[in-house]
Design a binder for this molecule. Sequence first.
Ligand code: UDP
Length: 324
Amino acid sequence: MKVLVCGGAGYIGSHMVRHLAAYGHEVVVFDNLSTGHREAADAATLVVGDLLDPASLASLFASHRFDAVMHFCALSLVGVSMNEPYLYYRNNVAGTLNLLQAMRVAGVAKLVFSSTAAVFGNPETELIDENHPTRPINPYGASKLMVERILADAAHAYGLRSVTLRYFNAAGADLSGEVGESHEPETHLIPNVLRAALGGGATLKVFGDDYVTRDGTCVRDYIHVNDLASAHLKGIEFMADHDGAHVFNLGNGQGFTVLEVIEAARCVTGVDITFERAPRRAGDPPVLVASSGKARNLLGWVPVFTDVAAIVESAWRWHQRPRY
Ligand code: UDP
């Protein structure tokens, strides 16, 4: 297969590129390199361009005949989305519409779309399945939900096949050490914990210790980035004999508190990681844990990294020797 990976120079996209290459697929990456890293797309042909520029998309689709598209390009910081909603809707919704239009003109009819647990807003149940109400509480989650709706409409109107994957907390790094999570500024828990273990940076903060959880800190479902990648490939296979727009939640089905993640990192690194307790971060629901039964049953997806310590350990390999 020849697969277009939009956002393939970013954290999850670059793991996807390696996964596709390992299975013998031809990969073209389209990325504006705003947050991605050129080196992360080494396993593919890189086309630098922006979804907000329809001309660059037209030329991309005129130069290649793709069997399917994976769409990882997005702005994804909840806090920024609260202050810059136009920016988020323009990039995440208008940019996606440009991509969908280019696919339609080129006759490419299969898409795997990256969505998020943020579409659920404040969850009503501890374990979240696909039927849980979607009421996003920030523009980031709302922008992803809008695209989910567009994909449902496109299935009906144009016959577009799509698999939407709602990630819970993507984490970890490929064991090769060649790609990993590298954001600037970094807002995510596991990279911040590991930066604290390395020392020299800002003090690690634990946002909120008065939630109604087992130790007062937020519970999240951490899912290894390579397990996300394997779900995407299974999503393409699924579309071979399923039309329509399909949505799946992706997580391990097990939640860990912030303090439990820090403890796991202490064991993995051997460093007595210190932190300070800080107020709650706006927009953080107390508990987000996925029910991934649908993905397991219909996609035949089986995550490999089910233990949070193994996920932290894989991230630690990268953080000790980041390549970019
Ligand atoms: N968190 C924290 N300190 C940090 C970063 C995150 O205490 O430096 C907490 C955050 O408040 C949330 C959890 O860790 O409860 C996971 O946050 P992250 O940003 O990694 O992912 P999110 O759940 O927001 O997608």
